[in-house]
Ligand binder design. Structure first.
Ligand code: SF4
Length: 253
């Protein structure tokens, strides 16, 4: 092997395959992949700027502060038999071109693969779905309302890729049986009763049955959103939501 190849410089005309860029690793969790003991790797970088983001340090793509991917693989080899799964979270995992390769390597070690995504890069989501065992897809706001969606993400046009990602995920799940849930971070200043109903209608129409309302938590958030009262969503609103999606779950705290 030449010196340049050993340093990862690809031959002319061949793209360099960079390793997954990580902002952090949680070595053990029982809450990030339903029913599984998992490690979570946090991909560095997200193009959106949600006001309630709990990981704003993961938003810039440059200067990843987490472990190198090779170090994560070494860690996982030592956890064989102790962990069930590895969850790829972020940031936004689908922005990283190295995601498919990293998932394949995790599968080769015998772990299940989970994915947390906001559906920002639909084509890469499609590419990795055959490598994934469970997906949690963020639905930030009604997808038919571009302005409302951008109001949450801070980015114009942000609903468009999510519409494609949701359709691709539902279609893939119908064929493969892939388990997934849609999740929405809920705050009354961002999503009133009408907006929540609109999301429920869209998800039901798309064929989604698992929807989780994650009530906004102030911990770790630098933004100006106030705490959410225990009366949100109201009982009447929950009743209407359940007529659309009977299995809706609410997570607080
Ligand atoms: S999509 Fe997720 S990681 Fe990106 S800014 Fe929003 S909450 Fe943060």
């Amino acid at each position: 092997m030449s010196v340049t190849a050993a340093r990862g410089v690809a031959p002319r005309g061949q793209a360099v395959q960079r390793a997954l860029q990580l902002g952090g690793l949680t070595p053990f969790t029982s809450i990030d992949y339903p029913g599984q003991l998992a490690a979570v790797v946090f991909v560095q970088g997200c193009p959106w700027r949600c006001g309630y983001c709990h990981n704003p340090h993961l938003q810039p793509r440059g200067q990843p502060a987490g472990p190198r991917w090779g170090e994560v693989l070494d860690f996982l080899r030592r956890r064989a038999g102790l962990l069930d799964a590895v969850v790829f979270s972020g940031g936004e995992p689908t922005i990283d071109p190295a995601l498919p390769q990293a998932m394949a390597e995790v599968r080769a070690l015998g772990f299940r693969v989970g994915l947390h995504s906001a559906g920002i890069v639909p084509q890469r989501l499609l590419d990795v779905l055959p490598l994934v065992d469970w997906v949690g897809l963020d639905i930030k706001a009604p997808l038919a309302c571009d302005a409302g969606h951008a109001g949450v993400t801070g980015v114009r046009g942000s609903a468009t890729p999510v519409r494609r990602s949701l359709a691709a995920l539902v279609q893939h799940s119908r064929v493969s049986g892939l388990a997934f849930e849609c999740r929405t971070t809920a705050h009354p200043a961002l999503l009133d009763d009408t907006a929540l109903l609109a999301i429920a209608d869209e998800l039901a129409a798309a064929g989604v049955t698992n929807w989780v309302l994650q009530i906004f938590r102030t911990q770790g958030v630098a933004g100006a959103l106030p705490p959410v009262g225990a009366d949100y969503p109201s009982p009447a609103s929950m009743q209407r939501l359940r007529t659309r999606l009977p299995a809706i779950a609410v997570r607080r705290g």
